[in-house]
Design a protein around this ligand. Structure first.
Ligand code: FAD
Length: 439
């Protein structure tokens, strides 16, 4: 039974969930707020996309809404002592094959934001940063966006620190796998059931479950009979590979102060590829260009994309083909400079995608009391400091209409053909061949 005082369960302790819990408990210090996640927040390995060595933090968006939102988040990273230790203002070096650079520069202007950024001609750009990107692939590149005020964050460390802070402020953290949502006789969402059979109840249930969201809704639709709970084409789980190399002393000296590197492509040629500056363990990172679904039968006759069923999403089982994707990324950024590097620590990271790359921060239209806040679309981490502010506005019905429409559960969605990051490949086509032994 739920009491008349609002209470909150947030499923998923990635950036959407933790930011929501943080903003809720800051605004309502006496509120009952519970974060539920299958992994402990300080576990050595987690499935969350938000849990990572590092993430790009930039406001370099051609969509002015995300440009503005990212600037708001960066202001927190740069001024708030809780967030500051995790942000590194190294700059970004973005090889653009469209009008992207100019669009970003224009957006900063429109927002009246002064920053050290410009669209630089290729010949001039190649000489910057000691020529680190001189060997990169510049085929079809029009110009290079250099923004000295962008950078990266130590993502896992930051997630752990902010989660710890929310717990100190009064949020309860429960480590449990959520099996299904629970509904009262009127179809109102009133809680959840865990895989071990425990039940948790609250007046507001918010799903911040990333790539797992469509599967959880599918299972909850089946158990409740509320078929409209299903995500349908709104959300697709997509995976992508990352890889690291540990730099030797010589390379580290050269690369320690490098900016974030981005190879930007168009929807016709593929998703953008990134390379992040070395961490404190001297590990330089890439993400690959192959973004894939993993369509599987989650219930008899129900096929959707979801992370592999293993408790760790099989995230450390990376096939040879996907490792080649990281070799390719290394080559298009560093050419000869990176040719002898040993690429290791490969991981598959799962995120939730919409065709427009917009978040979903919205009441779920099929059940009162149920809310959805996720769909990072491979770019959600950088908004960590402010996501919860907007989720809270959504919960309280005060989200500005422009954002409420953009992030709605029910809205018109564009054809994914124009989205370079849309998961187009299938995981089964990328796996290692299964060896059969002859007896
Ligand atoms: C390889 C890669 C690189 C990226 N790089 C960047 C970048 O540089 N910059 C950037 O801004 N963004 C980046 N992103 C995107 C960003 O990481 C994501 O958009 C964001 O972290 C998603 O946050 P989330 O809270 O929605 O999901 P997640 O972080 O995935 O969190 C979801 C949580 O829900 C929990 N959960 C799910 N189902 C259940 C269940 N049934 N029971 C209990 N718990 C459950 C999971 O355990 C998990 O902890 C990248 C993403 C990937 C995959």
């Amino acid at each position: 039974m739920t009491s008349s005082k609002p209470s909150y369960i947030i499923v998923g302790a990635g950036v959407f969930g933790v930011s929501t819990a943080y903003h809720l408990i800051k605004k309502y210090p006496d509120a009952s707020v519970t974060l539920v996640d299958r992994d402990a927040f300080d576990a050595d390995s987690r499935v969350a996309a938000s849990w990572d060595w590092n993430k790009v933090v930039r406001a370099d968006y051609d969509d002015i809404v995300y440009c503005q939102l990212a600037l708001e988040a960066q202001d927190v990273f740069k001024t708030d002592s809780l967030w500051k230790p995790y942000f590194h203002e190294t700059g970004i070096y973005w090889m653009c094959r469209s009008e992207y650079a100019q669009d970003v520069v224009d957006n900063y202007k429109k927002l009246g934001r002064k920053a050290d950024l410009s669209a630089v001609p290729i010949d001039e750009a190649r000489k910057m940063y000691g020529g680190l990107f001189d060997d990169a692939d510049y085929t079809d590149v029009k110009e290079v966006l250099v923004n000295k005020t962008s950078g990266w964050a130590a993502a896992g460390d930051c997630l752990r620190a902010i989660t710890r802070k929310t717990i100190e402020l009064g949020v309860k953290y429960v480590k449990a796998e959520v099996a299904t949502l629970q509904f009262d006789d009127h179809g109102r969402c009133c809680g959840l059931r865990t895989a071990t059979g425990d039940t948790l109840t609250a007046s507001h249930i918010t799903l911040c479950t990333g790539a797992y969201t469509p599967k959880l809704l599918e299972l909850s639709a089946e158990s409740s009979g509320l078929m409209d709970l299903r995500a349908g084409p709104r959300i697709v789980a997509g995976g992508i590979t990352t890889g690291l190399t540990q730099l030797d002393d010589n390379s580290y000296e050269r690369f320690a102060a490098m900016p974030v590197g981005v190879q930007g492509y168009t929807a016709k040629t593929g998703p953008f590829i990134g390379s992040l500056p070395p961490t404190k363990d001297r590990e330089l990172k890439w993400w690959g260009q192959t973004i894939f679904r993993n369509v599987q039968e989650v219930l008899p006759g129900r096929y959707i994309s979801a992370p592999p069923a293993e408790p760790d999403y099989a995230q450390w089982k990376v096939s040879a083909k996907l490792k080649e994707d990281i070799d390719h990324a290394n080559n298009v950024f560093y050419g000869r400079k990176g040719a002898s590097w040993k690429l290791e620590k490969h991981r598959i990271c799962w995120d939730a995608f919409t065709t427009s790359s917009d978040f979903i921060i919205s009441p779920h239209s099929a059940s009162e009391g149920l809310y959805v806040a996720t769909c990072g679309n491979f770019h959600g981490w950088k908004f960590f400091p402010v996501l919860g502010k907007y989720v809270l506005q959504m919960l309280e019905g005060s989200l500005p209409s422009q954002l409420a429409e953009k992030w709605a559960w029910d809205r018109e969605r564009p054809d994914p053909v124009l989205n370079p990051d849309w998961p187009r490949a299938e995981m089964k086509d990328l796996l290692d061949p299964v060896r059969t032994s002859r007896l």
